[in-house]
Design a protein around this ligand. Structure first.
Ligand code: NAP
Length: 308
């Protein structure tokens, strides 16, 4: 969508205005995807910052006030707060409105929110698979979703026209779309995003502990592999605490498989089974190649990061 074309929604409301809410608000404003933007968040400091940045047209600490007359409401807060926010906005939702979210977990968010969605209001959850390790309204930028996937997870029986409108909305924000069930989403994201974050948090935690107890120089001499883990492990603690607490089953299932495979590697190293290591490392290199081939990353050295 380009500036000047017909908006997809008259009024859109964001509840939570950090990295993701702030990025959607920016692209919506820049490209005229909605006519009016209402913003609500929990803390007055964050609301004032959003106002200073000019992210919306109206600002309120009361989420029910923000959603009044909105055609689309998008929850952009940590997933643990989804149920309470849905309950707070429910009485103020307009008939025919679409309620959506951007949570990194879907099954649990549907369970939290669905009971509060009034009849005549459409509930179409979504997850833009795009982000950075930054948070807060200053971290957002309008091209965050450009060329990235957005997974839409309509609950069973969801209105097709409302789903199509959310598809059109995310396409207008620059995303490629995939539609799947909330449960399938949670399995796929457990292995592609949640477990990698857990591994990063764990390895950085172990290294920091080693440094403390052995006075070694783990941080000073950290090489590329470790530095890349520290970038992931700098991700927002509240968001990621909520991801693990609310995608428990899928994460535990995938973690079980990961640990089994790790033991197999430990065994191969112990018994000098070099062919096994070589075969795995060759297969994983091909996976990296295929991720680059489909445009999910660049093959610039060091993940394209600037050298200090
Ligand atoms: P963020 O930058 O930390 O922003 C979170 C926002 O939610 C802040 O404006 C915060 O406001 C607000 N908030 C927190 N608790 C709230 C509550 N109870 N009621 C209303 N507002 C509340 O986080 P984010 O990265 O944008 O993540 C938001 C959502 O996007 C999460 O569900 C996350 O799973 C999902 N997501 C994140 C990424 C990523 O890479 N970061 C990618 C895709 C999806 P206050 O300052 O006022 O508390």
């Amino acid at each position: 969508m380009t500036a000047g074309t017909t908006p997809i929604f008259g009024k859109i409301a964001f509840i939570g205005i950090g990295l993701i809410g702030g990025s959607i608000a920016r692209v919506v404003r820049r490209d005229g995807i909605a006519g009016e933007i209402a913003i609500s968040t929990r803390r007055v400091e964050t609301l004032n910052r959003a106002r200073e940045l000019g992210l919306g047209d109206t600002y309120s600490l009361d989420p029910a006030e923000a959603v009044r007359d909105a055609d689309c409401v998008i929850l952009c807060a940590p997933v643990g707060s989804s149920g309470a926010i849905a309950e707070a906005i429910a009485p103020a939702l307009k008939q025919g409105a679409i309620v959506s979210d951007v949570g990194s977990v879907k099954g649990d968010v549907v369970r939290q929110m669905q009971p509060h969605i009034p009849a005549g209001v459409h509930f179409i959850p979504a997850h833009p698979v795009a982000g950075t390790e930054q948070s807060g309204p200053d971290a957002g930028f309008p091209d965050l979703f450009k060329g990235r996937w957005c997974i839409i997870t309509p609950p069973e029986g969801a209105d097709e026209a409302a789903t199509a409108r959310m598809v059109a909305f995310w396409q207008a924000c620059g995303s490629k779309i995939e539609v799947m069930t909330p449960e399938h989403h949670d399995m796929v994201l457990a292995i592609t995003s949640h477990i990698p974050h857990l591994i990063a948090y764990n390895i950085v935690g172990t290294a920091a502990h080693l440094e403390e107890v052995t006075a070694s120089e783990v941080i000073k001499f950290s090489a590329g592999g470790f530095r890349d883990f520290t970038r992931i492990a700098a991700s927002d603690p509240t968001m990621w605490r909520d991801v693990f607490l609310h995608n428990k089953e899928a994460v535990i299932e995938m973690l079980g498989r990961f640990i089994e495979d790790l033991f197999a590697l430990q065994r191969a190293i112990r018994f000098g089974e070099g062919d096994e290591l070589f075969d795995l490392f060759t297969r994983t290199r091909a996976i990296r190649r295929s991720i680059i081939d489909v445009g999910q990353d660049t093959d610039a050295p060091d993940f394209g990061r600037q050298k200090a």
